[in-house]
Design a protein. Structure first.
Length: 384
């Protein structure tokens, strides 16, 4: 489909990125990295979230020239009012020429609505699984045939692409893999930053700091990380655990730590605006998730030169260096603990070149995505 609507060449092209909430999650952080690196005289990002709450990135978005819009969260029984909200929005904002949907659960509803107005649409799979129970089943139901309801299908990994668009679509080349690139130079190992942060956290030189970064919910499986620490301590291995993030299961994990009498060995930092110094302070990275798309935190950890273990439920595309290994979360925690004891002491290296060569540096990706947006705005048949 051609876009016949004329746009002012002197004004930036507006791209709307759609999320559930603009918290400091992985997908949101990756898009903000892109936003900081595109030429904003040519491309302007705006954001739609399904809440009226002020988002974590709102101030920065406004400083960069973007806007944050709101529609009501989808609840099934409000289907008609949800559709009405989207129809009203796109009618009132003709400057929006591309809608990039990172929230795929309801993308099969909102993307066709804006597509009818000549807007170019992208569905972007960010995860390779869904929540258990009725919520997960409803999500799968809603995004069935999504690949037929948008102009382009993006995914952060092959597994994420298969999960949302199907294996056949992947095999047919209908899905484009867009790596979860980061500003890799920011994460490059810095011994002085490490020293300062460890001193602030009261980590002794002989202590090994294990870290996990992520929202406290069932998917991220922080309870397993606590059990791994417990096994390390049983071996009299001087390990501590730092858990960065917040979420509904945070208090449950705190209780687990108390029950295991590990309070002096576990650090809860809450949500952090700048995680870079924490990666520098760590010695070993864990991500025992039950499912992921391509976790940005694993990319950040490797950019920081950290060794680590990822759940084998995570795509092997998440290992862009030799620093990560994969193990099953069905194994006893002692198996992971044994690996930490065996591999926890090593010399940190600068991995910037590896990250750039693997395509996970945001500066290059931002230029490619910017050029793609500009091309498809003129001709909807253009490829990434």
């Amino acid at each position: 489909m051609q876009n016949n609507k004329k746009t002012d060449e002197n004004k930036p092209l507006h791209v709307l990125h759609v999320f559930g909430r603009l918290n400091r999650g992985g997908a949101e952080s990756r898009v903000m990295d892109l936003y900081r690196n595109v030429d904003r005289t040519r491309i302007q990002f705006d954001f739609m979230q399904h809440t009226t709450k002020v988002c974590d990135f709102q101030t920065e978005i406004e400083q960069l020239g973007g806007k944050v819009y709101h529609v009501p969260p989808f609840r099934f029984w409000n289907y008609f009012s949800y559709c009405k909200a989207w129809k009203q929005f796109i009618k009132e904002h003709p400057e929006i020429r591309i809608v990039h949907g990172h929230m795929t659960s309801t993308a099969s509803i909102y993307l066709p609505i804006v597509r009818k107005k000549g807007v170019f649409t992208i569905a972007h799979s960010r995860n390779a699984g869904v929540d258990k129970g009725i919520k997960g089943k409803l999500t799968k139901f809603l995004r069935r045939n999504l690949k037929e309801k948008c102009d382009r299908c993006f995914a952060c990994s092959k597994l994420a692409g298969e999960a949302v668009f199907g294996k056949k679509a992947m095999e047919q080349g209908r899905v484009t893999i867009i790596p979860n690139a980061i500003d890799a130079a920011r994460f490059t190992f810095d011994p002085e930053v490490r020293r300062q942060k460890r001193e602030e956290l009261h980590i002794q030189p002989e202590e090994l700091l294990i870290g996990e970064v992520g929202r406290f919910d069932p998917q991220k499986n922080q309870k397993y990380a606590v059990e791994i620490l417990a096994e390390c301590r049983k071996k009299n291995f001087p390990a501590k655990l730092i858990l960065i993030g917040e979420g509904p299961l945070m208090e449950t994990v705190r209780q687990q730590v108390e029950e295991r009498q590990l309070q002096e060995y576990v650090i809860f930092t809450g949500l952090q605006k700048n995680v870079v110094p924490f990666y520098q302070a760590m010695d070993f990275f864990l991500l025992p998730s039950f499912y992921e798309g391509l976790p940005g935190v694993a990319v950040e950890a490797q950019a920081s030169g950290l060794r680590g273990i990822l759940s084998d439920a995570i795509t092997t595309e998440a290992a862009m260096t030799t620093l990560m290994e994969f193990r099953s979360v069905q194994e006893p925690a002692i198996v992971w603990a044994d690996r930490i004891v065996a591999c926890g002491h090593y010399e940190r290296q600068n991995t910037l070149n590896e990250m750039q060569e693997a395509g996970f540096d945001v500066k290059n990706l931002a230029k490619r995505l910017q050029d793609f947006y500009l091309r498809v705005n003129k001709d909807h048949t253009q490829k990434f």
